[in-house]
Design a protein around this ligand. Sequence first.
Ligand SMILES: Cc1cc2nc3c(=O)[nH]c(=O)nc-3n(C[C@H](O)[C@H](O)[C@H](O)COP(=O)(O)OP(=O)(O)OC[C@H]3O[C@@H](n4cnc5c(N)ncnc54)[C@H](O)[C@@H]3O)c2cc1C
Length: 455
Amino acid sequence: MTQATVFQTLEAVFGDRFTTSPSDRENHGRSESYFDTMPPDAVVYVRDEQDCIRLVEHCYTNDLAMIPWGAGTSLEAQAAAPRGGVCVDFSQMNRVLDIDTDNMLVTVEPGITRKTLDHALRHTGLFFPVDPGADATLGGMASTRASGTTTVRYGTMRENVRALRVVTAAGQVIETGTRAAKSAAGYDLTSLFVGAEGTLGLITQITLKLHPRPSAISAGRVAFDHFDAAVQTVIETIQTGLPAARIEFVDTATVEAVNAYGNLNMPHLPHLLFEFHGDTDSVIKYAQDFQALCHANGGQDCAFSNQTEERTALWAMRHDAYYAIRALHAGARAIVTDICVPLSKLAQAVSETQHDIAQSRLHGPILGHMGDGNFHAILLVDPDHPTDMATARALSDRMAERALALGGTCTGEHGVGLGKRKFMTAEHGAAWSAMGAIKTALDPKGLFNPGKLVP
Ligand SMILES: Cc1cc2nc3c(=O)[nH]c(=O)nc-3n(C[C@H](O)[C@H](O)[C@H](O)COP(=O)(O)OP(=O)(O)OC[C@H]3O[C@@H](n4cnc5c(N)ncnc54)[C@H](O)[C@@H]3O)c2cc1C
């Protein structure tokens, strides 16, 4: 069948939820990062699992690529369509299916966003902690194995997805995992699909682990003269078992950007931002113990509070940092780098990166999830400058190479997509071919999100 005939069939099946309109295609080919727009040939808005089965059957019979789409916030062009095909938009498949408070689990459709889920859980006393900043969908977060500011305490999507339902290339629905807290029954397929970036099938249901919503939270910030002292404080915090729920780092350039964006007056120094969860007495005690560690390492201006408004302002500032940095240069594009190293190597990785950026003409504030050894330089590129993009790519590549040399990874949380494929051999060796073999076994025609992640 020609593509036009296949599209007529899909239109007959999905009605106005199938579209080839230029604006829809354009919107589904955009990335939040520096990649050019790569639009699909068509978009289908799926509403339930049956839609997904029907779509996979049609596409597989007619050799049509399928690119799953959650909220499109991924940063390595994971949801773009470099080879065309059909974008599978999950935004209308967004129900909460079951809240199981006894077992602290929630089952959702993949198109629900993090903030909508949080709202739905508000009355339960429980919450879902993985927070990548952007209001991403749970399907996208599972597929990129997302993490964020709370990972140091609650883990990444890998630790927080209990079970999945997935439509495979055969149009069959498979269930991975159970509601039980553990299992020794065979290959861990849940972990295989978490982080697969839509290359192995369509996720149609996700069962997530919930956590008790803390009755009290203390949060604050502390400035340091030198980054090394901040790292030392974080290492001691973790070694002494202080249960930090978030420990974030912002460098001086980021502080300058958030001050300008939010009309703040933080001292022009590197800062740690921190948060502790527990009951009222314990969070104050944790914050005081943390404050003592900070002072011993030269920390200044350590301020913390357990008032909701102040905490909300602190984390709004952190989550807006990306937009604050972009606002420094109107019209600039951003390359958001992402590496993760062992904590003991973090000071070296950050200072060498800062040195590299300082040698270039680019502005590149650094911020990161310090408790995990994960950080980002946000490299601002003038799209009209002849060498900026090449310089930024070279800086980003050097960061990834350095992370690997220090025993870390080329991506802590943003994933592989198109941008990090070139480091997969260096990071995984023959294991990357093993990933390719798994892909071929589960998707013999290579129609799920082609060109991404695997060889
Ligand atoms: C300002 C900003 C800050 C960010 N900070 C972080 C951070 O701290 N931590 C972090 O981890 N990420 C971060 N990100 C990146 C991004 O938010 C995450 O990668 C997120 O998990 C993507 O979710 P999404 O719903 O937007 O997915 P999309 O971008 O739509 O898709 C991501 C991948 O998932 C696949 N996919 C989506 N739905 C399904 C499905 N149902 N079945 C199979 N495959 C599917 C897609 O094909 C694609 O490969 C940030 C992004 C921005 C813009």
